[in-house]
Design a protein around this ligand. Structure first.
Ligand code: URA
Length: 234
């Protein structure tokens, strides 16, 4: 990649304006390869560059692809109205570089949420024609019955849909059913359960495509970068 000054590299990574990034360099807050670099003219190849800001390690990334284990009580919208926003769970740098959730989970839905600052990735992942399967574990108020599983599998009619929507469904526990859908209609899982006569009391997304929350080993509220191998599972 073309060599860049540290202020440009820092700015591209969401550390602030060009001017504030320049001061971070001048103030000796930035280290490369274990040594402070306070020369604002020094240039580095950004590709894969490891650096520290105020002692915290970072790696240059043209785009970031993140997975978050979303807790309940967190809104995915950019301007959260009632609950805290999902971006508040990430370092400020990510907000500055316009990281956004890929699709949305309800404020009370937990589990796997992808976020990125790559507009093409967000667009292709959330495009309705892509049909990426998304798996949820729903906890129901009443016991799960074979009829519920059969109804979800054969299709339930939602009032604003032209045709019944079907899901892959299997019972996990007495009050838990795993549901996989390949569309992302508004409140789809909760509404499918309601249409089948069941109230959903908790909902957790456990997988997107072949990427599972279990494999990521993220505690609630934690996030991680996704590598190429993990992204290929989506
Ligand atoms: N379906 C829902 O009902 N809610 C979600 O958050 C995701 C899928």
């Amino acid at each position: 990649m073309k060599k860049l000054t540290l202020e440009k590299i820092l700015q591209s990574q969401g550390f602030g304006t060009k001017k504030s990034c320049r001061y971070m360099v001048l103030d000796g807050l930035v280290e490369v390869a274990g040594a402070v670099v306070d020369d604002v003219k020094a240039e580095f190849d950004p590709a894969g560059l490891n650096f520290k800001v105020d002692g915290e390690p970072w790696q240059y990334r043209e785009h970031v692809y993140l997975a978050l284990n979303k807790p309940t009580g967190v809104e995915c919208s950019r301007r959260p109205a009632v609950h805290r926003g999902v971006l508040s769970l990430l370092p400020d740098q990510f907000t500055a570089r316009d990281v956004q959730p890929v699709g949305r989970l309800d404020h009370d839905t937990t589990g796997l949420l992808l976020l990125s600052d790559d507009g093409n990735f967000i667009h292709t992942q959330s495009h309705p024609k892509r049909h990426v399967p998304k798996t949820y574990v729903a906890t129901t108020q009443d016991p799960v019955t074979p009829e519920l599983v059969a109804q979800l599998s054969s299709g339930v009619q939602l009032n604003d849909e032209p045709a019944p929507l079907a899901a892959q469904a299997r019972q996990l526990e007495s009050h838990q059913v795993e549901i996989t859908i390949d569309m992302g209609k508004y409140h789809q899982v909760k509404r499918m359960l309601a249409a089948a006569g069941h109230h959903c009391v908790a909902l957790r997304r456990t997988a997107i495509g072949g990427l599972t929350l279990e494999a990521l080993e993220l505690a609630e509220g934690d996030w991680c970068y996704l590598d190429a191998e993990q992204l290929a599972k989506l």
